[in-house]
Ligand binder design. Structure first.
Ligand code: KG4
Ligand code: ZN
Length: 343
């Protein structure tokens, strides 16, 4: 079964063709990172407009790359939740229109789940149950998958997602957007000099990163001899390079400690056969190393399938299609805040 997936939930316009949930026939991603870098973060209106410009060429390119025509495509899948509403709308309207005109069944996928299904593109014979840590710009979640269709959310984001914390910390200390790759790069040469707190959550599997972000802000203010009233946007220009790099390193070390120890807690309680990483932050080499060191049977997506892409959309839809009917292309709507518990 060949599924054409479409993804536009944030700042990547992407289309891909996936065969039987595992084989990537084509994968096209048009990233808006350079456009948003100028503003230090994603500007929703700019993102939506850029999706409108890119969506048709990206879909055409993915067919071309796979050397296929519409006759070869069995179904269309699209991310309809969660994400930025204007961005989601562009992909959903494109997918609805194509499903109607080309007479293809349409499947709607959930962005956070589809990050997990990216693992099927890079790993064979995945053994269930799988404990998955999905970490992105919008979410930090621990999910236990009983099989390809059934799952339980053990814990989720209670304030800032971990990727969001990477982006905000980078901005405070003067590293470019997106913060994740920038912090990872300097952490290779930095010193773990500052001790940051690891916030407690009522549900031990929930995630809270806003306290860590504030602790970084206070440390950065202290390093330049200022108190908490000093504006965060003025810190970077006063911070020494050594302090910038060491704060980044200490932040990354603490964030990875939190992610690893919470996953370890769930691992000991639920004893899964496999531990999976997923989402943009799973591109972080230090996090990947920490997981490889701490867990026996670890799977993770290839780097190109960690951050937003449509290959994972096609992968999820394949497994989903075995249990769910296609969705009505005349009525499918976006759902910017849909939790996986409501699926
Ligand atoms: O999954 P994703 O592409 O988009 C969302 O669904 O949010 O994740 C983007 C997030 C950003 O916050 C970015 O800073 C983070 O993933 N990220 C990383 C790395 N690469 C991307 N964080 C840490 N280390 C990285 N190498
Ligand atoms: Zn994502």
């Amino acid at each position: 079964m060949k599924i054409l997936g479409i993804e536009s939930s944030c700042d990547e316009t992407a289309a891909a063709i996936i065969e039987d949930g595992t084989k990537v026939l084509s994968n096209v991603v048009n990233s808006q990172v350079k456009i948003h870098a100028e503003f230090g973060g994603v500007v929703p209106e700019v993102a939506a407009r850029s999706h409108v410009e890119a969506i048709n060429p990206v879909v055409e390119m993915t067919l071309e790359q796979a050397n296929l025509t519409w006759d070869d495509i069995d179904a269309i899948a699209v991310t309809h939740a969660p994400g930025l509403s204007g961005s989601l709308l562009v992909g959903v309207l494109a997918a609805r229109t194509l499903a109607i005109i080309k007479k293809k069944p349409l499947y709607a996928v959930h962005h956070i789940l589809s990050h997990f299904y990216a693992n099927f593109l890079s790993n064979e014979n995945i053994e269930f149950p799988v404990l998955s840590l999905t970490v992105s710009g919008g979410h930090s979640q621990l999910v236990l998958y009983k099989n390809e269709f059934e799952f339980t959310q053990l814990g989720t984001t209670t304030d800032d997602a971990v990727g969001e914390a990477f982006d905000k910390v980078a901005k405070i200390i003067g590293l470019p957007y997106p913060g994740g790759p920038a912090i990872e790069k300097v952490s290779k040469i930095g010193e773990n000099r500052f001790k940051f707190p690891k916030p407690k959550t009522q549900n031990p599997y929930d995630f809270s990163f806003s306290g860590l972000k504030t602790a970084v802000l206070r440390q950065a203010q202290a390093q330049i001899g200022k108190d908490y009233t000093f504006p965060s946007f003025k810190i970077a220009e006063n911070l020494s390079e050594k302090d910038q790099i060491d704060i980044a390193t200490s932040f990354q070390t603490t964030a990875i400690d939190i992610l690893t120890s919470k996953t370890k807690l769930a691992y000991d309680e639920y004893k899964p056969k496999t531990v999976a990483l997923a989402g943009g932050v799973s591109a972080n080499s230090a996090l990947r190393e920490s997981f490889s060191k701490n867990f026996d049977n670890v799977i993770m997506p290839e780097f190109k399938f960690c951050t937003d892409n449509a290959a994972m959309v096609g992968a999820q839809a394949y497994f989903w299609a075995q249990k769910h009917d296609p969705i009505n292309p005349y009525t499918l709507d976006v759902d910017p805040n849909l939790s996986i518990n409501d699926l």
